[in-house]
Design a protein around this ligand. Structure first.
Ligand code: CO
Length: 163
């Protein structure tokens, strides 16, 4: 299991490096993805995780398929490498948001209702994916992580929820 960096750890503020195709296919990255998958699966409230959150300043994030609700998908993930938002809706919404690097803190962040990203998958193939609702919000939150931007920078009505 990997440690999830908290709050103002410097790595969370770096602009993450793009990966080259040969890096994507390397054992190091394969292992990292497996470890990130395990780490995310162990976080009850976690739906996505960006590599900088586990100390790797590279352009990679994963999303748990549990966002689609199916029990059998709980541990499966989508992998996005070198992602870019290529299209976004005019419409934005203020949505409740949290982050595994800010446990117990929630706030409202304005996000595009729909967006499309282009990225590479774990095989180094180009993929594009359109999303609405929660997945659109996740894409924007995770791509912010890869640019050293944290949700608290954009959030209003921040509140600490004690468990
Ligand atoms: Co986050």
């Amino acid at each position: 299991m990997l440690e999830i960096l908290q709050k103002e750890n410097k790595i969370l503020r770096e602009k993450a490096e793009e990966l080259k195709i040969k890096d994507i296919k390397s054992l190091k990255i394969k292992k990292l993805i497996k470890e990130m998958q395990k780490t995310l699966a162990s976080e009850k409230d976690g739906v996505a995780l960006a590599a900088p959150q586990v100390g790797e300043s590279i352009q990679l994030f994963i999303v748990s398929k549990k966002i689609f609700g199916e029990e059998e998908n709980k541990k499966e993930i989508f992998i996005f490498i070198n992602p870019k938002i290529i299209k976004a809706s005019k419409k934005k919404e203020w949505l409740e948001e949290g982050c595994l690097s800010f446990k117990g803190i929630y706030g409202k962040v304005e996000r595009y209702t729909n967006c499309t990203i282009e990225a590479l998958n774990e095989k180094g193939e180009k993929v594009s994916r359109g999303a609405g609702g929660l997945l659109s919000q996740i894409f924007q939150h995770e791509i912010d992580h890869l640019n050293g931007i944290l949700f608290i920078d954009k959030a209003k009505d921040l509140a600490k929820i004690t468990l």
